[in-house]
Design a protein around this ligand. Structure first.
Ligand SMILES: NC(=O)c1ccc[n+]([C@@H]2O[C@H](COP(=O)([O-])OP(=O)(O)OC[C@H]3O[C@@H](n4cnc5c(N)ncnc54)[C@H](OP(=O)(O)O)[C@@H]3O)[C@@H](O)[C@H]2O)c1
Ligand SMILES: [Zn+2]
Length: 347
C-alpha cells in the first residue's frame, strides 16, 4: 500500500511517501480502505517534536482521524461487514488499567491512539479494533466523517462531559479557525446554549456567524473581557472552552461569571499559564481540564451529530502524497475547518 510516514522530526518536508506491506487484521480487528484522513495539530507537533505521546515510535504513520470502507474482517468480528462505511474512534483504551476498570476509560493509563502512537490514516489501508468503528450513513461523505472524531470528540468532552453545558447557558470559545471551535459552536447551538466566539480574524468571525454564533468578538480590535461582559448584561459567561492556552487563559477567567467554569484542553500558545489567584478564588470559578473522550461518550457524540445532521466544515483536501502541503496549510493558520488527505486520490 501507499502511505506517508516520517523517520525523524523536522519540517513538513520530512513527510515521505512510501510503499509498505499491506497490514492484516488480527482477531477483533477490521482492515479499512482509508478514503479520507483529517490532519490534526498533534500530527504537526509530533512531526516537529519533541512533544510526543507516550509510546510514540519512529518511523511513524500519522493520521488520527480516519473514515473509509471495511475491506476485510479479522477472526471473531461479527458487528461489521465488508463494505461498511465507517469512521474510527482513534482512542484505544487498554481495558485493564485502574482508570478502565473503574469505568473511566477517558483516564486510561495505557491509551493507544490511532495515528498518535500506532500507525494511522496517512495510508491507503489501516487496521483498527472493530469496536472502535462507527457506521456512517450514505448522506455523510468520507471527508466530513473523517473531520468528526477528534474535533467533535474533544468539543463533546469539553462542553458536555466536563463542562456540563446546559440549554440557556452562555458559552465563550476561542479561535475561530480551529476544527474544535467549529465543533463547539455547532454542538453548543444544538444543545440550546448561546455562543460567543473570539478570534483575531474578522473573516473567520464572519464564517462563524454563518454557523450560528450569537456574538462575535474580534480580539484584534476590542477587549475580550469587556465585550464578554457587555454581551451578558455585565454578569460574565457561564462556561469558557479554551483550547488556545496561555495567550487567553487570564482573559478567559475574567470573562466568567462568579461560579463560572473554565474548561481547558489545549496548548497551542504554550504549556504554562499565569493567572490572578485572588480573582479566581474570590469568584469561586471552577477549572476543568479535558482530555480525550471515553468510548461510551464518543459513541453518544457520534449519535448526537448524526441525529442533528451536524456536518463538519471542510477546508481543503489533498492527495495523500501531498501531506506536506496539507501540514503547511494547517500551520499557516489560514484554514477554516478541517484539512484532509484523500489516500484513494491521485488528482
Ligand atoms: N486535550 C486533548 O485531548 C486535545 C485533543 C485535540 C486537540 N487538542 C488541542 O486543542 C488545541 C486546538 O487544536 P486545533 O488543531 O483545533 O487548533 P489550532 O490550529 O491549534 O489553533 C487554531 C486557533 O487558535 C487561535 N490562536 C492561535 N494562536 C493564538 C494566540 N496567540 N492568541 C489567540 N488565539 C490564538 C487561532 O484563532 P484565530 O485564527 O481565530 O485567531 C487559531 O485559528 C491544540 O492545542 C490541540 O493540541 C487537545
Ligand atoms: Zn486503560
Amino acid at each position: 500500500m501507499r502511505a506517508v510516514l516520517h523517520r525523524g522530526h523536522g519540517g513538513p518536508e520530512i513527510l515521505e511517501p512510501v510503499s509498505l506491506p499491506d497490514p492484516e487484521p488480527g482477531p477483533g480487528e477490521v482492515l479499512i480502505a482509508v478514503r479520507a484522513a483529517a490532519v490534526n495539530r498533534l500530527d504537526l507537533l509530533q512531526r516537529r517534536g519533541p512533544g510526543l505521546l507516550p509510546h510514540f515510535s519512529l518511523p511513524h504513520v500519522p493520521g488520527m482521524d480516519v473514515a473509509g470502507d471495511v475491506v476485510a474482517l479479522g477472526a471473531g468480528v461479527h458487528q461489521r461487514r465488508v463494505g461498511d462505511r465507517v469512521l474510527v474512534n482513534p482512542a484505544l483504551h487498554c481495558g485493564h488499567c485502574a482508570g478502565c476498570r473503574s469505568g473511566d476509560d477517558a483516564w486510561c493509563a495505557g491509551l493507544r491512539v490511532v495515528g498518535g502512537n500506532r500507525p494511522g490514516g496517512y495510508a491507503e489501508l489501516t487496521v483498527v479494533p472493530a469496536d472502535r468503528t462507527h457506521a456512517i450513513p450514505a448522506t455523510l461523505d468520507h471527508v466530513a466523517a473523517a473531520s468528526l472524531p477528534t474535533a467533535y470528540g474533544m468539543a463533546w468532552q469539553g462542553l458536555v462531559v466536563r463542562g456540563g453545558l446546559r440549554a440557556g447557558e452562555t458559552l465563550m470559545v476561542h479561535g475561530a479557525g480551529s476544527g474544535i471551535t467549529i465543533a463547539a459552536v455547532q454542538l453548543a447551538r444544538a444543545l440550546g446554549a448561546r455562543v460567543l466566539v473570539t478570534s483575531g480574524s474578522r473573516a473567520k468571525l464572519d464564517r462563524m456567524a454563518e454557523l450560528g454564533a450569537d456574538v462575535l468578538i474580534d480580539t484584534a480590535t476590542s477587549d475580550l473581557v469587556t465585550r464578554a461582559r457587555a454581551a451578558t448584561g455585565g454578569a460574565g459567561v457561564d462556561l469558557v472552552f479554551d483550547h488556545v492556552g496561555p495567550a487567553l487563559f487570564q482573559a478567559s477567567l475574567h470573562a466568567l461569571r462568579p461560579r463560572g467554569r473554565l474548561v481547558f484542553c489545549g496548548d497551542t500558545t504554550g504549556t504554562s499559564a499565569t493567572f490572578d489567584l485572588p480573582h479566581a478564588f474570590h469568584t469561586g470559578v471552577t477549572l476543568l481540564g479535558a482530555g480525550s473522550c471515553g468510548a461510551a461518550d464518543f459513541a453518544t457524540m457520534v449519535d448526537f451529530c448524526l441525529d442533528r445532521a451536524l456536518i463538519p466544515v471542510p477546508d481543503t483536501s489533498y492527495p495523500l502524497a501531498d501531506a506536506a502541503h496539507a501540514h503547511r496549510r494547517v500551520a499557516s493558520g489560514a484554514a477554516f475547518g478541517k484539512v484532509t488527505l484523500l489516500p484513494g486520490s491521485s488528482a
